[in-house]
Design a protein. Structure first.
Length: 367
């Protein structure tokens, strides 16, 4: 049974150099799109109910008696809109993956509210059996055409892997891995970092190496890896865990080599004289902390020190009331005007970074 506590001061015991309470408040109040709701729900789960997150040592098969007692699930109850596919959990505005970002929360709420369990099941069925796929079987991010977005790797495969672990379903675990492999093969560049969007129609094509896109991919893969490591369902591909670990490492290695702007990773890694921005930086730093705990032999002192240095840089870019800026416009990743009053996803990424850093300290891997 989950022991999520309504007195949440225990969740933020360490001073990270910025106002985490203000960051959390904005992460809860700013979302207005399906993927933003899902990202915020996941961030709140990692911060306030870490025992339910896939990053916990034994997170699966826990009975949740009152979802209102867990801030992430309480918020998700107001964010989830039960409807028909492909919008089973929220209006995806033509996206396959975005509503799936709420799948983990819906699954957990479903322990006590059957209609949410049914919605999570229907969402899974749509993804697996109705969403467009490539000839190779890779699921599209868009409902009306085959397009591959790095963002999808955070939204959809973690839901598949988390559900696989809860059900002890190795076939579903294999499908989660297959999607990571498919996206990696389509989006990876020679540096190990990923392109943002590749599509058959090419309307949305973006071959640039977008910082936030690489964060979506790296953290999405880290969540899948955590479900495999901490659950009883693993893919049948013998090299699956090592492959995922290496793909994450390649992204972080590429990010660590990128020249910074005012200490922050630029919006695009591959040219264009972009401003440094907080969103992609925070999500990649959060991933480094998570991997330092998940795979300490591969993500040792160099990754931890980079994360620590970047966390302190980020602290300088978070206002006293908790706004992380400059951030890229989540609705236009080519916008040269940074968002200065709070990005919904960017605020959640900072929450994820804090939770990952705290957990790294609790594990006595970070100082």
């Amino acid at each position: 049974m989950s022991n999520s506590n309504t007195n949440n001061t225990w969740a933020t015991p360490f001073d990270a150099g910025f106002n985490i309470s203000g960051v959390v408040s904005l992460a809860q109040s700013l979302p207005s799109h399906s993927w933003e709701y899902g990202t915020a729900a996941t961030a709140l789960l990692e911060l306030f109910s870490p025992e339910l997150s896939e990053f916990a040592p034994a997170p699966f098969h826990q009975l949740i008696l009152d979802p209102h007692a867990a801030p992430a699930l309480d918020a998700a109850l107001s964010w989830i809109t039960l409807a028909a596919a492909p919008n089973n959990l929220a209006d995806g505005a033509g996206a396959v993956g975005d509503p799936a970002a709420l799948g983990q929360a819906a699954f957990l709420i479903g322990w006590t509210k059957p209609e949410y369990a049914l919605a999570a099941h229907d969402e899974l069925e749509y993804i697996l059996n109705a969403a467009p796929r490539s000839a190779e079987g890779t699921i599209s991010q868009r409902t009306d055409k085959v397009e591959f977005w790095a963002d999808f790797v955070y939204m959809c495969p973690p839901f598949l892997a988390y559900t696989a672990a809860q059900r002890e379903d190795s076939v579903l675990a294999q499908e989660a891995f297959n999607q990571l492999a498919g996206y990696h093969d389509v989006l990876v560049t020679d540096t190990g970092a990923w392109k943002h969007i590749v599509g058959v129609g090419e309307k949305n094509a973006d071959a640039g190496v977008w910082s936030t896109g690489n964060g979506w991919a790296a953290m999405g893969m880290a969540r899948v890896l955590a479900s495999f490591l901490h659950g009883a369902a693993a893919p049948q591909t013998p090299s699956a865990l090592a492959d995922i670990e290496q793909w994450i490492k390649n992204i972080l290695d590429a990010a660590m080599k990128v020249p910074v702007d005012d200490g922050l990773l630029p919006n695009y890694f591959d040219g264009g004289d972009w401003f440094g921005e907080t969103s992609g930086t925070a999500l990649l730093v959060a991933t480094a902390y998570r991997m330092a705990v998940l795979c300490p032999e591969s993500f040792g002192e160099g990754y931890i020190q980079w994360a620590e240095d970047m966390r302190m840089v980020l602290a300088r870019h978070i206002s006293p009331d908790g706004i992380a800026a400059p951030a890229i416009n989540p609705l236009d990743w080519h916008d040269r005007q940074p968002v200065m009053d709070g990005s919904a996803e960017g605020q959640s990424f900072v929450v994820m970074m804090y939770a990952a850093w705290r957990d790294c300290k609790w594990a006595k891997i970070c100082q």
